[in-house]
Design a protein around this ligand. Structure first.
Ligand code: SF4
Length: 248
């Protein structure tokens, strides 16, 4: 049930739900939606339910997979696990009780570090008091442009122990970003046939904000037609900082 991940800042992916609906401009070229369409065509059982064509796509209807909840119990070696690379766990159609079950799996498996990302920060904030936050969960929100910096305020108001931002695909500048109570920031440009261009000045400004506010900074890629098209060097070096892993 775990898939080795090509994402630079994680090791494996784990999807207790699949499917989603677009919520903001960062979703315009959603890689998960494109992949779900392919997986449906290949006959994969988890990707057979079609989403609303206005906001989702073939094989991408929000679907719970309770049979996946067992998987982390069977991984012996400690892993860094990206939860829901193919969905958004704070989607309105994920019941609170199911969220609690996912959180319990993380509590029961302290040897692993779980990373979870959402664009639905309002629901994240509202449900936060109803959730028992495990210390081995890094909770993140996507901030693709200045239009969505309020997601950072929502994240700050949760009970998460480690908080991070994914500024990817970065489609606009984030001047004067407030990183108070934020532990980690990932930035990166978009990739694919319809990739929107990133500007170096935006990345410089974010990197400098991280340095000033002592936040770990990870620069994933410049993006382009393929993820590796323009590499990931910024001012002649890679930026691979991450929060400290809790002892399992
Ligand atoms: S929130 Fe994430 S998974 Fe959902 S449509 Fe947007 S980019 Fe895709």
């Amino acid at each position: 049930m775990a898939t080795t991940s090509a994402i630079e800042w994680t090791e494996v992916t784990w999807n207790p739900t699949t499917g989603c609906d677009r919520v903001s401009a960062g979703c315009d070229n959603c890689y998960a939606m494109t992949l779900a369409k392919r997986l449906k065509a290949m006959g994969q059982a988890r990707y057979q339910a079609d989403g609303d064509p206005r906001t989702s796509g073939p094989g991408f209807d929000l679907t719970l997979h309770p049979e996946s909840l067992e998987a982390p119990y069977h991984w012996r070696k400690p892993r860094i696990v990206f939860v829901n690379s193919m969905s958004d766990l704070f989607h309105a159609r994920v019941p609170v009780d199911y969220l609690r079950q996912v959180f319990k799996v993380m509590w029961d498996n302290p040897q692993h570090t779980f990373q979870m990302l959402t664009k639905r920060s309002l629901r994240l904030r509202r449900l936060s008091p109803e959730l028992d936050w495990p210390p081995n969960l890094w909770m993140g929100v996507t901030v693709e442009s200045a239009e969505h910096v309020s997601r950072i305020d929502d994240l700050r108001r949760t009970g998460a122990t480690v908080r991070f931002l994914s500024c990817e695909p970065l489609i606009g500048p984030l001047p004067g970003i407030n990183l108070d109570q934020i532990d980690w920031l990932i930035a990166g440009g978009e990739s694919g046939a319809h990739a929107r261009p990133i500007e170096k000045g935006w990345v410089d400004e974010i990197r400098d904000s991280c340095l000033d506010q002592q936040v770990a900074f990870f620069f994933k890629q410049w993006g382009g037609r393929t993820p590796k098209a323009n590499g990931r060097l910024l001012d002649g070096r890679t930026w691979n900082e991450m929060p400290e892993l809790a002892a399992g």
